[in-house]
Structure formats: C-alpha cells, structure tokens
Design a protein around this ligand. Structure first.
Ligand code: MN3
Length: 202
C-alpha cells in the first residue's frame, strides 16, 4: 500500500478571497504531492511499507529525516484541507465550544492564543489545537513538518485544527504579512469538522 494525494474537498478557488486559487493549486498539486511521493519513496522496501500514517508518526524517532519530513508533510496537509471550508468561519458551538470557553475563557482568547502560536513560530512550521491524553485542549506550534502525533513531539496530543505557516502557504498573496494570513484563516475554519474530531478524540 502506498499513500495517495487526497482530492481537495472543494475547488482551488473556493477559499477566496482568504486563500487565493493559485496558492491552493501550487500548495496541493506541487507541495503536498511532493511530500506524498517522497514519503512513498522513503518507505518503499522498508518495514514501514503498509503501516498507517498514524503508526509511522507514532514511531518517528526510529525513522530517518526523509520519513519524518515527508510523513509529517503528508499527514499535516491532509488535515489542513479538511479543517477548512468555503462555508467555514464563525465560532464552534456544542461540546467543542464549551471546551474552548472552559480552557481559554472565551473564543476571542482562544483565537488570540492560537494566532500568537502561529505568528511566533520562527521560520517554517505549523500551529495546532490538540486534545491531550486527559481530554483537555492545548495550543502549540511545531517546526518544519513535525506534528503532535510524533513520539518526538514537545506537545503530544491528537490534532484537531492546524494552520500551515510555511511561506508557501501564504507568500503569493500576503508576502511577509503572516499575521494577515492568520487573521484571514479564521474565515475559512470548518468548525463542524473540528468539532467532529474533538468528539472522536474524547
Ligand atoms: Mn504546506
């Protein structure tokens, strides 16, 4: 079994004006496709072939840098596409809304903390909202293509929301204005999907 590039659940231009079509097309068809192909190449003929991506990430300390970088890149982008939607934005309700209010005090505080994690990640990386082993929420960021499912992660947990802050995710439209991209992202967050993932992780 090898990994395949998933289709986007919407058209390349569906997230405009917040994320432009050209960025989405290059990001999905070039970057994510590259991680997928390189992951397949890195595990071919090894004992990782046939394992799930979650299994591979949970034992990433035993793998080489090609599996770490491309396995992370494969997983992270799969999640990223799913947690955005042209019908997104607003605020979560239900159990996730309650959990966010309980942990962060308010949705606005949550947004501020998540945005800070994304803005202050030096260089390339990701911001995360995770469910910890005890069921509570946590915000963190990771470098490069690392993620909270990796056994080397400093913020282990089940990721339910992520934001790519590599320059390839925003530079065409936002140039060096990462904070503007982060602000725009909240208009396309698919809270229904994030809520589903929260309830599954609990
Ligand atoms: Mn990316």
């Amino acid at each position: 079994m090898s990994f395949t590039l998933p289709n986007l659940p919407y058209a390349y231009d569906a997230l405009e004006p917040y994320i432009d079509a050209k960025t989405m097309e290059i990001h999905h068809s070039k970057h994510h496709n590259g991680y997928t192909n390189n992951l397949n190449g890195a595990i071919q003929g090894t004992d990782l072939e046939g394992k799930t991506i979650e299994d591979i990430l949970a034992n990433i300390s035993k793998a080489g840098p090609a599996v770490r970088n491309n396995g992370g890149g494969y997983y992270n982008h799969c999640l990223f596409w799913e947690v955005m939607s042209p019908n997104g934005g607003g605020e979560p309700s239900g159990k996730l809304g309650d959990a966010i209010n309980q942990k962060f005090g308010s949705f606005e505080n949550f947004k501020t903390e998540f945005s800070k994690a994304a803005a202050t990640r030096f260089g390339s990386g990701w911001a995360w909202l995770c469910v910890k082993a005890d069921g509570s929420l946590r915000i963190c960021s990771s470098p490069n293509q690392d993620n909270p499912l990796m056994d080397i992660s400093e913020c282990p947990g089940t990721p339910i929301l992520c934001l790519d802050v590599w320059e390839h995710a925003y530079y065409l439209n936002y140039q060096n204005r990462r904070p503007d991209y982060i602000e725009a992202f909240f208009n396309v967050v698919n809270w229904d999907e994030v809520s589903k993932r929260f309830e599954k992780a609990n």
